[in-house]
Design a protein around this ligand. Structure first.
Ligand code: ATR
Length: 269
């Protein structure tokens, strides 16, 4: 039986095994998918033990190991390179291929909301690992402008310098006031602590979708704020979680699982 796993610490609450088992059921594929939560200094050993098994095909990697997973990969896709983080590893011909599918998941879930990215003005709030994973796939989706803002502006500027395309710009407070974004994405970890990033210079009036990468049972603070300030629609990141998993599943199996029934099932829980 093909073996898969997710590595992270803490890992107990990960939905990845449930999601991947649901995908596998769609194709009647028997798979094993386990949660592995190594100690801080044992990640590399645990990873190599996992892949020593001839049945091991691939794994997902989550916090705090995404940067270290990148170090273990023999090859990287463009999104992983820019993100400096790998969330998916695939063993092929005894080499480990590293991918970052988080941004692909974000783009897919924005499309799930019926929103097109091509030719849109997008504002990305935050400049940490989650933002970095999103930048390349958003640019690939053909956005007209990608503005990045962050509490610590140097981190936003740094990303734009690395990307080095004229339509990817870092915006501080004065710049934000004149940037009418069509889509506003919160990639900060503020929602995880039930906080809001500083939004006072951001206009939501022309915003057709306010997207929070975090998810919870109830709408996040960011979603509520955005709708109150005029956003047409808001969404949380549960769909992104399922879509990034689907992209990983496709890398491993070449199959394109249906995500809608999985998102619906998780939402009902
Ligand atoms: P992740 O991998 O989840 O992106 P990270 O790399 O630690 O985590 O990045 C967290 C992001 O959330 C950063 O952009 C951080 O801002 P700073 O770069 O200024 O630290 C942002 N962030 C976290 N808490 C925040 C808060 N309360 N208000 C605004 N931004 C916040």
């Amino acid at each position: 039986m093909n073996k898969f796993a997710v590595f992270g610490n803490p890992i107990a609450h990960s939905l990845s095994p449930t999601i991947h088992q649901m995908f596998a059921e769609q194709y009647s594929l028997p798979i094993s998918y386990e949660k592995i939560g190594p100690d801080e200094n044992d990640f590399e050993n645990a990873l190599s033990t996992f892949f020593d098994d001839a049945d091991a095909v691939g794994c997902n990697v989550t916090a705090p190991f995404k940067g270290r997973a990148l170090q273990q990969a023999d090859t990287l896709n463009k999104a992983a390179e820019l993100a400096g983080a790998v969330n998916t590893l695939y063993k092929k011909d005894r080499r480990l291929q590293g991918f970052n599918t988080d941004g692909i998941g974000l783009v897919a879930d924005i499309n799930n909301q019926g929103v097109e990215l091509a030719d849109k003005k997008v504002l990305l709030i935050g400049a940490g690992g989650a933002a970095r994973g999103a930048v390349h796939p958003l640019l690939e989706a053909g956005v007209k402008a990608l503005a990045i803002t962050n509490r610590t502006m140097e981190r936003a500027t740094q990303i734009c310098e690395e990307v080095s395309v004229s339509h990817c710009i870092a915006l501080d407070k004065p710049g934000l006031m004149s940037f009418d974004a069509d889509i506003i994405i919160n990639s900060t970890s503020a929602s995880l602590h039930n906080q809001l990033p500083d939004l006072q210079y951001i206009s939501f009036v022309k915003c057709e979708l306010a997207y929070d990468m975090a998810y919870s049972k109830d709408p996040t603070l960011f979603m509520a704020y955005a709708e109150k300030e005029g956003a047409t629609m808001s969404a949380d990141g549960l769909g992104m979680l399922v879509e990034q998993a689907a992209a990983a599943f496709t890398i491993w199996t070449e199959k394109l699982p249906q995500t809608r029934p999985v998102i619906d099932k998780l939402r009902q829980r």
